[in-house]
Design a binder for this molecule. Structure first.
Ligand SMILES: [Zn+2]
Length: 270
């Protein structure tokens, strides 16, 4: 099923901020001149420069592997980060590199918070792409195999990969191993309580290549944790990993996350 554009959801999952309803949905190609230079897709935008190495490595690994050299190996990649690190931007840039070479990327995102049954991967910098949706219980190996038989797929991209089921991670591993299609997953490592998401846990266990996409805390240190706040600014420490309530998510370093959620100073005997 190919999906049409959708409006951003009005609520937000754990670790996933609501997309701005005012963000223009722009054609990715319009940013081509600003973001890319030449057939190798070199990122020029200063804001993206810090992430360039990771992106180039990811694209190069994917494209210089089985796809371009005719080898039989393909890998399962997991790029993880806290909130607002630019995961979706990197995904869309890498997918664009494939298209620019006349290759076919296949994009997936979680159906958990989709309205009207249509999928869209969108970035905070204002670019977006339609995507297939995956839900609990879907057989991703079979879905991708069917689409690959219809028309050759050169790389699979999965956004919101923290919401994958553990079985689905293995299905994606089989896509790499048996269909020989590289699979690049992007997602959050931990939820607002500092616990691994199931999909992220399995990806950390079985992915061939893992990469951390960095973002920073307000103190300037690397942000690795996420806090959930209510709309009035209260830090929430209880609740479901996947929340349908309106929330705000912030990325903090571990030290400031412990303070924000009330774990420090430690209460009682140390
Ligand atoms: Zn900090």
């Amino acid at each position: 099923m190919y999906c049409r554009m959708r409006r951003p959801p009005s609520h937000s999952p754990a670790g996933v901020p609501p997309r701005s309803s005012t963000s223009p949905h722009r054609c990715f190609g319009r940013l081509r001149a600003a973001l890319f230079c030449g057939p190798l897709g070199i990122v020029l935008a200063p804001a993206c420069r810090l992430r360039q190495k990771g992106l180039e490595r990811a694209s190069a690994d994917c494209q210089s592997g089985s796809q371009l050299l005719g080898r039989t190996m393909a890998k399962l990649y997991f790029s993880y980060a806290a909130m607002n690190a630019g995961k979706s931007t990197l995904l869309l840039q890498a997918a664009y590199n494939y298209r620019e070479r006349g290759m076919r990327p296949l994009l997936f995102t979680s159906a958990l918070y989709v309205e009207d049954g249509v999928g869209l991967i969108s970035s905070r910098i204002g670019i977006s792409e339609p995507a297939e949706l995956y839900s609990a219980g879907d057989d991703l190996y079979q879905s991708i195999k069917d689409l690959h038989e219809e028309s050759k797929v050169d790389c699979v991209f999965v956004d919101e990969a923290q919401f994958l089921e553990r079985d689905q991670v293995w299905q994606l591993a089989r896509v790499a191993d048996r269909l020989r299609i590289p699979v690049m997953c992007f997602g959050l490592r931990t939820d607002f309580q500092g616990k691994l998401f199931p999909g992220s846990m399995e990806l950390l266990a079985v992915a061939d290549v893992m990469r951390e996409i960095r973002t920073i805390c307000t103190c300037g240190a690397k942000a690795t944790m996420v806090v959930r706040q209510s709309m009035d600014g209260r830090v929430l420490t209880d609740g479901d990993q996947v929340s349908i309530e309106k929330s705000v998510y912030l990325s903090l370093c571990r030290k400031h996350w412990e303070e924000a959620v009330g774990r420090w100073p430690v209460k009682g005997p140390r």
